[in-house]
Design a protein around this ligand. Structure first.
Ligand code: HEM
Length: 78
């Protein structure tokens, strides 16, 4: 089934501050990380939810994108 699509402005609201939802995008796919204690209030170390973090993960993270495996992909960023 096709994932629903969201614009950057819609993703931006799901930052754990403006709304309770905590979403992040990686390589065009949006993940709901709301049940992660590591993303409390939308913050993960120096990184904020509600945006596409592809570059930040590739450049700064001590881990790979495997961390997304346990999360549901809930949409596509357009
Ligand atoms: C300063 C940079 C970062 C640090 C120090 C950091 C550190 C960590 C650590 C220690 C974990 C838990 C264990 C592990 O799987 O390694 C983790 C999990 C995770 N990280 Fe990062 N991370 C960073 C950047 C990022 C970025 C840019 C993203 C992009 C979205 C990201 C997404 C995630 C996700 C989704 C998890 C899984 C959370 C969970 O399973 O509850 N991280 N990170």
């Amino acid at each position: 089934m096709e994932l629903p699509t969201y614009k950057r402005s819609q993703l931006a609201l799901r930052n754990g501050q403006d709304m309770d939802a905590i979403w992040v995008a990686y390589q065009g796919i949006i993940y709901d990380v709301g049940d992660s204690r590591l993303w409390k209030d939308g913050k993960h170390y120096e990184h904020w939810a509600g945006q596409d973090l592809t570059e930040e993960l590739d450049q700064d993270a001590p881990h790979t994108a495997k961390v997304f495996e346990r999360f549901e992909s809930i949409g596509r960023l357009i």
